[in-house]
Write a protein that binds this ligand. Structure first.
Ligand SMILES: [Zn+2]
Length: 252
């Protein structure tokens, strides 16, 4: 799971969300629910929210939870059923696939019994690496915190074999691309190197490459064992390259 930079809500979206909140007051007084407003009375707001979320999802508009499927749904991180007041809160909206949103998460929102803190990772609000480590050997996540454990459980990040298989294939491809990128850099093929670097910054590679970077920086002895010399050398160069980090999300 990679961190996502949230784009600040532009004025027109803020105004549209405020308009929806006004509509909630009217509709609820008429016996309807907040979900009714979300489903049937917020077409303009939802269109704009989806556009912004898609801009935030690196490259291929992947689900921000499983990072594998196309992000088709606007997920309420804090579900409408539990927090209707946050239905039209931009900071509560994430891009999810329908499987993560409708089949797995639904109204799940586990919280710490003592602090009330949510036990799911919001990748737009914190760095998932504080809670999860992608183990390259197995391409499964290891949770370092309770929040990590709950996130893996709710979204089936280790149980969904298609996700593990996808990461495994990506890891194989990623090593080849990284070595090729290094070759282009060494040969001065700047345009080709830039194209490959851009591809590597996007999903599905971003997640795996980040795990490779962490391995190199935190466990260099493991990196030497894990990566063959051309990949190891390429990774060192990649980490040193000044433009290796993803481009900041465009400001609204
Ligand atoms: Zn998903």
């Amino acid at each position: 799971m990679i961190p996502i930079q949230r784009i600040p809500a532009p004025d027109e979206l803020t105004q549209e969300l405020e308009h929806c909140k006004t509509k909630v007051t009217t509709w609820v007084a008429e016996g309807k629910t907040v979900r009714d407003v979300w489903s049937n009375g917020a077409k303009v707001a939802k269109c704009r929210i989806r556009q912004l979320l898609e801009e935030m999802a690196p490259g291929r508009k992947r689900c921000m939870y499983c990072e594998d499927n196309l992000g088709t749904d606007i997920d309420h991180f804090q579900p409408i059923a539990l927090a209707p007041s946050r239905a039209f809160d931009w900071l509560n909206h994430l891009l999810a696939c329908s499987y993560c949103n409708s089949n797995l998460k639904r109204d799940a929102y586990p919280c710490d019994e003592d602090t009330g803190e949510p036990l799911l990772i919001d990748p737009t609000a914190e760095d998932p690496a504080d809670h999860l480590t992608l183990r390259l050997g197995s391409c499964q996540y290891e949770a370092g915190t309770r929040k990590g454990t709950e996130t893996v459980r709710v979204f089936g990040l280790n149980d969904r074999q298609e996700l593990v298989r996808g990461r495994t294939t990506t890891y194989t491809t990623c090593r080849g691309l990284l070595a090729q990128w290094h070759t282009y850099v060494q040969e001065g093929e700047e345009a080709e190197a830039a194209d490959l670097a851009q591809a590597l910054r996007e999903q599905p590679f971003a997640e795996v490459l980040r795990a490779m970077e962490y391995t190199l920086c935190d466990k260099p002895h493991v990196a030497r064992r894990l990566f063959k010399p051309p990949v190891h050398a390429a990774l060192i160069e990649w980490v040193r390259a000044p433009d290796r980090m993803p481009e900041p999300a465009p400001q609204a």
